[in-house]
Design a protein. Structure first.
Length: 389
């Protein structure tokens, strides 16, 4: 789980204390698709938001790298007790990056969870993950406070660009936001109090909020239903303009795979900034609610641009308008002090602090790892890892 975001599909593990009672040592094996029911029950019993079986299988079955990786890529690992019950699991999601003219195969751990009596051997799963062959880079973007020590012990480091313990946001549905905030604080009569509280927040924002700057008339903002060939053209230009930055592949096939479930559910919005018939920037906004409080939240998970002008404000304006129309309570971005996200930092009036820094990386090649310690090598977003899967 990631800070105040509540239960999620993140890497979540409690302290690795020895089991309180002697029991036979579980066995570790690669996960299989038929393990889904047991893995789903284990994840949900520990407060993780789980994927449907269709979306879970889609991660590997329809992955753009499937022809390249084949059956050699483990979908993850499970710990199994003597009766065949899965008492621990860790998923293993591949992705492709470009860096300095070469391709890097990356692995992301997802939903690291172990039943409480067996947490003394939780690191067995992590050891398998970090020692798998054929991986150039480990990227994890949902590391919670209790997983920080294990990740650093296996050589992972914080991404060196931005402040990933902070999130910025707008309130776009005042009464709904107030009701959720009051529920989190366990205030009595939260439904009733939310009316005046929401009105006060709205009045404050009207008086103090800075308007977003507008782009020039040559740029139009379009809402898209999916990722077509214009994203392939855009991706090639992005790589050509940023040859020395680590970039998660964003061609149309990969983007379609990444956001397939969210698009199918109507939980992902795509906005494109067009000039002269060419896409110059885009952003993807994804629904990421906080179920315990009832907060309905959209999160900006990726913004990319190949234009010399800052087109983010116009894209943000389109996203904010839609949030307000559709009854969304907040519009958020996780991570601050990222150069390309300055407009979000400067204009979003609210901040919240996460409980832990969620974004870590480790390269198996020492020279690449050293070069990735340079902030100039990064173009990070929550499109990386599993934070927006």
């Amino acid at each position: 789980m990631t800070g105040a975001a509540g239960p999620s599909s993140a890497i979540a593990i409690a302290d690795a204390r020895p089991a309180s009672a002697a029991r036979s040592l579980p066995t570790l094996r690669p996960a299989r698709f038929e393990d889904y029911p047991q893995i789903q029950r284990l994840e949900s019993s520990h407060g993780l938001l789980t994927l449907s079986e269709e979306d879970w299988r889609h991660i590997w079955r329809d992955h753009p790298l499937i022809d390249r990786l084949g059956t050699d890529w483990p979908i993850g690992w499970v710990l199994e007790d003597g009766e065949g019950k899965i008492i621990g699991s860790l998923a293993n999601v591949p992705s492709l990056y470009t860096f300095e003219g070469r391709e890097l195969i990356a692995a992301t751990g997802r939903a690291w969870v172990v039943a409480e009596p067996f947490r003394g051997i939780a690191l067995w799963l992590m050891d398998e993950y970090f020692n798998q062959p054929g991986v150039d880079l480990f990227v994890n973007t949902t590391v919670n406070s209790m997983a920080v020590d294990p990740f650093t012990a296996f050589g992972s480091k914080r991404v060196p660009l931005g402040d990933w313990e902070l999130a910025s946001y707008w309130i776009t549905g005042y009464r709904g936001f107030a009701r959720a905030a009051l529920r989190i604080k366990r205030a009595p009569l939260s439904g009733v109090i939310s009316y005046p509280a929401g009105a006060i927040l709205r009045a404050k924002d009207l008086a103090t909020m800075k308007p977003l700057p507008t782009c020039d008339s040559s740029v139009t903002i379009e809402s898209r239903d999916g990722f077509d060939a214009t994203f392939d053209t855009f991706w090639r230009e992005l790589v050509a303009r940023s040859p020395r930055k680590l970039l998660n592949v964003r061609d149309s096939r990969t983007l379609s795979w990444h956001f397939a479930g969210a698009l199918r559910a109507g939980h992902a919005w795509i906005f494109a900034a067009m000039r002269g018939g060419l896409m110059r920037a885009y952003c993807v906004v994804k629904r990421q609610d906080h179920p315990p409080s009832g907060l309905v939240r959209m999160r900006l998970v990726d913004y990319q641009s190949v234009d010399d002008n800052d087109l983010l404000p116009s894209l943000l304006d389109a996203a904010l308008r839609r949030c307000r129309r559709e009854g969304i309570h907040t519009f958020e971005h996780v991570g601050r002090a990222l150069p390309k996200m300055r407009a979000f930092d400067d204009h979003a009036p609210y901040r919240r602090r996460l409980l832990a820094w969620p974004y870590y990386f480790h390269a198996t090649d020492a020279s690449i790892h050293a070069r990735l310690n340079n902030p100039e090598a990064w173009n990070p977003s929550t499109y990386d890892g599993d934070a927006s899967l």
